[in-house]
Design a protein. Structure first.
Length: 155
């Protein structure tokens, strides 16, 4: 996280995230670019800058499509941990059934048997994944009650 934050400090946020509006209309839900959001948040908390996080707003996409897009971006990262993958499948399983998750993952080349194994592991770990994720990221509490990260910005 520190390396990404330093890169954003030097060059600015070069890639926007992707977000959808929260169902209650009070903010936005970042589903791609969560690491960039956390790095910007870290910089703001430490230095008071930058004051903005940039994200493109998507509308009308079903959850399975959001999940597929997020996994497509994140699976390209070489440093994606098994915990991050399992956490993603856990959060997705709160919004979609197993067959939908497997189908969405197959679109991006994930082997169905591996996806099912991660879903089983996610079920076993359950709510413990939130705390494990916090420890791994080295940051403060990250809510995992919904998939992704809610941006705390207002309309």
């Amino acid at each position: 996280m520190d390396a990404l934050a330093e890169d954003i400090r030097v060059h600015g946020q070069l890639q926007p995230g992707r977000a959808v509006e929260r169902p209650d209309g009070t903010g936005y839900y970042v589903y791609m670019g969560i690491g960039r959001l956390l790095a910007v948040k870290q910089l703001f908390e430490n230095d008071g800058e930058p004051r903005s996080y940039y994200a493109l707003l998507d509308e009308g996409l079903p959850f399975v499509e959001l999940f597929s897009r997020s996994m497509s971006e994140n699976l390209k990262r070489r440093n994606l941990s098994v915990l991050e993958e399992v956490r993603s499948f856990y959060l997705a399983s709160q919004k979609a059934d197993e067959d939908e998750i497997v189908a969405a993952s197959a679109k991006i080349g994930e082997e169905p048997s591996m996806v099912r194994k991660r879903i089983v592991l996610a079920r076993i770990l359950g709510d413990k994944l939130g705390r494990l994720y916090e420890v791994e990221r080295g940051g403060g509490p990250v809510s995992h009650s919904s998939w992704g990260t809610w941006m705390s910005c207002r309309r």
